[in-house]
Write a protein that binds this ligand. Structure first.
Ligand code: DO4
Ligand code: MG
Length: 287
C-alpha cells in the first residue's frame, strides 16, 4: 500500500492512498488521535487504519488532479553514508585529508550517520532542491529511504535525494554539516510504500536521470543488492542512545555518483526512480 500527502485543487492538504492511477482521500477527522500521515504511519496497523479512514463521500481522484507533497510531518531526517563501494571510492578521491576515514567507515561495525535536516529543509515532488551558492561542485544523491516510527521500526520506504556539496565536504570532513544541511537540501517523496512485504533487494533498483534543458547530462543505476549494510542494522544504529518521539526518515546512502567533472547547474532537473515506489522529480536551483 502506498500513502501520500497531497494538495487538492482548492488548496486543501490531505492524506491519501495511491491505488494505480488514482488517489483515494483519507479522512483524518474520524479519530481524535489521527490528524497527520505520521499518526497513521506510527500506528500499530497503518494499512488497516488507512482502510478505516477512507473518505467514502469522495470519488477517487486521477493522479493529475492532485499535487504530491513531501510525505513528512514533524519527523527528523537523518542519513547514512559510505554504504556502497561507489561512495567509498568517490569520497576517498574527493578528500585528501579524509580518505582514510571514508575507507575505514565502509567496513567498520558502526556506520556513518548524520543529521540531514528538519521538515522545513525538505522539498517535495516538483519543488526545488538547492545547490549552495558557495559550492562549485554539487551532486544529487539518490537514496532508498526508511520511514521509522518512534520505536525505530521500519514502517515504510520512500525516495530521498541527499543533495551534497562535494567540494565543501572534500575540503575538510569537518565541513560535512555545511555540505549536507542547508535550505532545500533534501528531496523526499512522492509516496511512502508501507513495509508490509519483504523487500527483494536485487529487484529494488535505483535510477537517476539528470536533464539540462532537453539534454540528458547524466544517468546512473544501482540496486539495494549493492548496499553494504542491512536496512534494520542502520535503523538500529540510529536508535542507539537516541529518541525520536516524532519518528524519523533515514536515507540509506548513495550508490550512484556522477563523474568528477559533473556538477549540477541552476535549472537542471533530477529524476530518481526506485522500483516499487515511484519517481521523485525536482528542479535544481542555485541563486
Ligand atoms: O561522508 C560523506 C557522506 C556520504 C553520503 O552521503 C553517502 O554515501 O550517501
Ligand atoms: Mg548521501
Amino acid at each position: 500500500m502506498k500513502l501520500a500527502k497531497v494538495k487538492l485543487a482548492d488548496g486543501s492538504r490531505r492524506g491519501a492512498m495511491v491505488q494505480g492511477d488514482s488517489v483515494v482521500l483519507l479522512d483524518f477527522n474520524q479519530l481524535e488521535n489521527v490528524r497527520t500521515l505520521a499518526d497513521v504511519l506510527h500506528s500499530k496497523d497503518p494499512a488497516g487504519l488507512c482502510k478505516f479512514l477512507v473518505e467514502t463521500s469522495s470519488e477517487p481522484l486521477p493522479l493529475d488532479q492532485v499535487t504530491f507533497l513531501a510525505p513528512i510531518d514533524r519527523q527528523e531526517v537523518w542519513a547514512a553514508g559510505v554504504t556502497y563501494k561507489r561512495s567509498q571510492i568517490a569520497r576517498m578521491e574527493e578528500s585528501e585529508s579524509g580518505a582514510s576515514h571514508y575507507d575505514k567507515v565502509y567496513s567498520a561495525a558502526r556506520p556513518e550517520l548524520f543529521f540531514k535536516g528538519t521538515a522545513s529543509r525538505v522539498s517535495g515532488p516538483g519543488e526545488p532542491v538547492r545547490v549552495r551558492k558557495d559550492s562549485n561542485w554539487s551532486v544529487p544523491e539518490p537514496e532508498f529511504t526508511l520511514v521509522l516510527n518512534p520505536a525505530m521500526q521500519i514502517v515504510g520506504y520512500t525516495i530521498g535525494n541527499d543533495m551534497s556539496a562535494r567540494d565543501i565536504e572534500g575540503e575538510n570532513p569537518l565541513y560535512l554539516p555545511q555540505a549536507k544541511v542547508y535550505r532545500q537540501c533534501c528531496g523526499l517523496g512522492p509516496v511512502v510504500l508501507l513495509a508490509t512485504q519483504p523487500l527483494d533487494l536485487a529487484a529494488t533498483t535505483i535510477n537517476v536521470k539528470i536533464a539540462r534543458g532537453d539534454r540528458e547530462v547524466f544517468r546512473g543505476e544501482t540496486s539495494l543488492a549493492q548496499l553494504n549494510r542491512k536496512l534494520p542494522e542502520l535503523a538500529e544504529w540510529l536508535g542507539k542512545e537516541n529518541e525520536f518521539p516524532t519518528g524519523a526518515f533515514l536515507l540509506t546512502g548513495t550508490g550512484i555518483i556522477p563523474p568528477d567533472d559533473f556538477t549540477l547547474e541552476n535549472g537542471d532537473s533530477v529524476a530518481i526512480e526506485i522500483a516499487g515506489i515511484g519517481t521523485l522529480v525536482n528542479p535544481v536551483v542555485k541563486d
